[in-house]
Design a binder for this molecule. Structure first.
Ligand SMILES: C[S@@+](CC[C@H](N)C(=O)[O-])C[C@H]1O[C@@H](n2cnc3c(N)ncnc32)[C@H](O)[C@@H]1O
Length: 205
């Protein structure tokens, strides 16, 4: 990870993803998390204030040291034990069937091999364990999709590999998850190309 990816980008993400409009979505996606949780793409810990009391421990997976450092204030303010447990969602350092729940917020766009990361989540979730997700991806409207395809190369360069056109639901079902709850919408205040969100839960059978 270069200087930009390690020092600058995590600060941009901390501000952009920390905008107030995201808070209600974070609250919704964290509802129902329970027990031992693995969060991939932990970033600067913007979900920490929304962990419900039913969460007993969180294993945070995040490659950027700066992101982890920016999380300090939120980590000090929570009673939920959170440990930085790994750097790469594509290869999780846990035994099979270790977690009750998993959390991913605006991260499936960025992980290079997202299919590998989803396969890893399937492996480490207990049977019946639930993945909670809110992700931006391929828009439902053809006009928006055209712009997403045009601008994706630039988006990837500027935002650390962030894709605009990943089909979130298709990726989840392709990985063997069963979607149990799904809301698809354009995020208020975000450009449509970056704000075609899927929010929901998926069970690992
Ligand atoms: C757009 S940010 C979202 C951060 C956070 N989830 C949030 O909602 O604020 C994407 C995050 O994915 C992380 N990331 C990139 N590659 C990753 C990988 N291979 N495994 C896990 N996380 C990764 C980035 O460092 C970044 O923190």
């Amino acid at each position: 990870m270069g200087l930009y990816g390690e020092h600058v980008l995590p600060r941009i993400v901390n501000v952009a993803c920390g905008l107030k409009g995201a808070a209600p979505l974070r609250r919704r996606v964290c509802e129902g998390l329970e027990g031992e949780v693995v969060e991939i793409g932990f970033g600067s810990g913007l979900n920490v204030p929304f962990y419900p009391a039913t969460v007993t421990r969180v294993a945070a997976i995040e490659p950027a040291d700066t992101g982890w450092r920016l999380a300090a204030k939120r980590l000090n303010a929570t009673s939920v034990p959170v440990e930085r447990s790994g750097m790469d969602g594509q290869s999780l350092p846990f035994a099979d069937n270790s977690f009750d729940s998993a959390l991913s917020t605006w991260t499936m766009c960025t992980i290079p091999d997202v299919a590998a990361a989803l396969a890893e989540l399937r492996r480490v979730l207990k049977p019946g364990g639930t993945l909670h997700f809110v992700e931006h991806g391929l828009a439902p409207d053809e006009g928006v999709r055209r712009w997403q395809h045009r601008l994706e190369p630039m988006q990837k360069r500027v935002f650390g590999g962030c894709h605009l056109t990943r089909p979130v639901v298709q990726l989840l079902t392709g990985a063997g998850f069963t979607i149990t709850d799904l809301d698809e919408f354009y995020e208020e205040g975000a450009p449509k190309i970056m704000g075609a969100d899927s929010l929901g839960t998926a069970v690992s059978p």
